[in-house]
Design a protein around this ligand. Structure first.
Ligand code: GAL
Length: 662
């Protein structure tokens, strides 16, 4: 549970002179900024010449901020190694898929697996942690900045060596690897691990196993770097450690946060994409259950660089975003950035204060956030997000499998995002649950769009079902092995065995004129689909038209006190959306999902629970006003007035805090 709510900024004092810094601190106080994140690109300020460390500038800044009542998140500066590291050393640099070697400049140019990079990163972090780790005011650490945001898998010779070591650990013998990957195909079979290539330039697609494993290897290595850095900091500081990630980068967030202390994300979603913004909260809240996550970066108005810009938020939206953040479990809401850059490649980016020291177009909105923060702080710190009953599994590994096998340009996040949006629009409180998370406390579980399901996951879900849960699996889920090959016992392997469903065949239904009917709705079917035999009474959805007429696309299987529902295909278009809504509704009712409301689209309810009471944060996100039915007599905590059961209206971007059951 949070003890306070943070309202913060990213700040680059190394770019400004003393008098600007003094003015910035004065303005920050005036604005209500209570936490500042510093240092993540300042390696050359901290170690201008190789081996010559000077942390006094940052010690001094931290002291100044602290004296002014502003707390600090200190960052390690590893995304931007100085020129002495890069110059004349192409072998230390990141190499992209086409074999292009990065030079000095921009950021994320080094190979983070290069031993010399690891050595220098360890040294700078150790020196930094020693210098500032126990200073009062340093309340947290951020490692690096957005791992893999501009780059993905590195193809350099160091990574090649590491790759071979990783493969040896995973497969032990080259025969095992050849067998697991089916490497006899196209004469790929290897005689030793050292011969296994990286998935670099090739005339056609690489073997699925090679491609998927290389991505998993890369994700594991970057998390290992994070682990290594965190260990160093912990020798000198008790403050919790995070990393500012998001779902768009080529990292396995679940693995990345495994050994860190709290989760954070950056987001620049615009208003028309507000569900994506909510999705990040519903996910990041669950990477480190029991701790509060942070919004480490968002723009006070618009993101931009030399080459692009977003549309500025309408007035009022920032406050809606911030109140949603706090209500959905965030402890901090921080901007990128405080003072507009005067140089570099992001001068045009939205900021709180301009490069010339004046409030920007977003400033009034920042003040509104601060006013709101003060208003809600007490109620937030005495409650926590209600335990959701509905969970949707999220997996960055799933994203990897889909990147290897996207069929017709499928995107895991886009598919999942659409599915999530539907649940939000239906007013159901939900969690996006990392693949490895415990299923305790949930009633209804969805596992869509995962080519591969691990045995461990299937067994955990099986227990969940045996204990009374309803598990809805698919579409597209379970057809690939952990090595990204096809099962040869049954179409869906272990999953099929568990459910007893009989998959006849799988094929892409898009464009085949397939129509499915379930819950009194007929809808076109799409996506790579599993067609189920409908000989017994397990079928809930029938294929009415198309190549598999008369067969089934949804089946139900009782197991213990619960059931498994197999969703073999994706109902498409408007009718498909309706069918899916009906399916979600049907099983929510059957599973007795109670935390839901009839909130209108564009408005959300974020439920929180306190000691013996529930609070609904109701927020209009889309600026079009909205309403919700209050189920029983309640109190409006902003006005301290009684709210009778019935329809409650909200103005554009308005938020209400309603204590239910008074
Ligand atoms: C983030 C990054 C920041 C800044 C920002 C601009 O991806 O962490 O350093 O570049 O984007 O939107």
């Amino acid at each position: 549970m949070s003890k306070k709510l943070y309202h913060g900024v990213a700040y680059y004092p190394e770019l400004w002179n003393e008098s600007v810094i003094a003015e910035d601190i004065r303005l920050m106080k005036q604005t209500g900024i209570n936490v500042v994140r510093i240092g993540e690109f300042a390696w050359s300020k901290m170690e201008p010449v190789e081996g010559e460390f000077d942390l006094s500038f940052f010690v001094n800044i931290i002291e100044q901020l602290h004296e002014n009542g502003i707390e600090i998140v200190m960052c390690t500066p590893t995304p931007t190694p100085p020129i002495w590291f890069s110059h004349g050393h192409p072998e230390r640099m990141y190499v992209d898929r086409d074999g292009k070697v990065m030079g000095h400049g921009s950021r994320q140019h080094p190979c983070t697996n290069h031993p010399y990079f690891r050595e220098r990163a360890a040294l700078i972090t150790e020196n930094l942690a020693k210098a500032v780790g126990s200073l009062p005011g340093v309340i947290g650490w951020q490692l690096d900045n957005e791992f893999k945001c501009h780059v993905s898998e590195c193809m350099c010779p160091t990574c090649k060596e590491q790759w071979h070591i990783w493969l040896k650990e995973r497969y032990e013998t080259i025969e095992n690897l050849n067998e697991a990957w089916g490497a006899d195909i196209w004469s790929e079979a290897y005689l030793s691990f050292e011969q296994v290539p990286q998935p670099g330039p090739a005339p056609f697609l690489h073997n699925s196993s090679l491609s998927t494993m290389y991505q998993l290897f890369s994700m594991e290595k970057i998390a290992e770097f994070a682990d290594e850095q965190a260990e160093i900091i912990r020798k000198y500081s008790k403050s919790p450690i995070t990393h500012n990630s998001t779902v768009f980068f080529d990292v396995d967030n679940e693995r990345l946060f495994e050994n860190l202390d709290f989760a954070s994300f950056d987001t620049y979603a615009m208003i028309d994409n507000f569900q994506n913004y909510l999705m990040l909260h519903d996910l990041y809240r669950n990477f480190k259950k029991g701790t509060n996550h942070w919004v480490m970066e968002t723009s006070p108005s618009y993101a931009a660089s030399l080459a692009s810009h977003a549309t500025p938020h309408p007035n009022g939206y920032l406050k809606a975003e911030a109140v949603a953040a706090y209500a959905l479990g965030a402890e901090a809401f921080c901007y990128w950035l405080w003072r507009q850059q005067r140089a570099g490649c992001e001068q045009p980016h939205g900021s709180v204060i301009s490069a010339w020291g004046k409030p920007t177009v977003g400033y009034e909105n920042v003040l509104e956030v601060e006013e709101m923060r003060k208003e809600i702080e007490e109620i937030i710190v005495s409650t926590e997000p209600s335990q959701a009953e509905l969970a949707i599994t999220y997996s960055d590994k799933g994203d990897v499998f889909m990147k290897t096998e996207p069929h017709r340009g499928l995107s895991y996040r886009a598919l999942l995002g659409d599915f999530y949006k539907r649940v939000v629009n239906m007013g159901i409180h939900r969690d996006l649950l990392p693949e490895g998370a415990s299923l305790d406390g949930y009633k209804l579980l969805f596992t869509p769009f995962l080519h591969h399901l691990s045995s461990e996951y299937i067994e955990r879900a099986q227990k969940f079902v045996e204990n009374g849960g309803i598990w809805i699996v698919g579409p597209l889920t379970g057809g690939r092995t952990e090595n990204h090959t096809i099962h040869t016992d049954r179409a869906l392997g272990q999953l099929e065995e568990l459910t007893g469903v009989n998959v006849l065949y799988t094929y892409p239904m898009d464009g085949t004129g397939s129509i499915g009917r379930a819950f009194d709705v007929s809808a076109p079917l799409g996506l790579w689909s599993s067609v189920f035999e409908s000989e017994d009474n397990t079928s809930i959805g029938t294929i009415e038209e198309g190549l598999s007429q008369g067969k089934s696309f949804i089946t139900e299987h009782s197991l213990g006190a619960g059931k498994i529902v197999m969703l073999g295909s994706l109902p498409m278009e408007e009718a498909g959306d309706l069918l899916l809504q009906k399916l979600i509704n049907h099983y929510s009712q059957e599973a007795n999902v109670t935390i839901k409301s009839d909130v209108t689209e564009g408005t959300i309810v974020a439920p929180r629970q306190g000691d013996g009471f529930n609070v609904w944060f109701i927020i209009n996100m889309d600026g079009n006003a909205g309403s919700v039915t209050i189920p029983e007599s309640a109190v409006d905590l902003k006005t301290n007035s009684v709210v009778s059961p019935g329809k409650l209206e909200l103005d554009p971007f308005e938020y209400k805090i309603i204590k239910i059951g008074e």
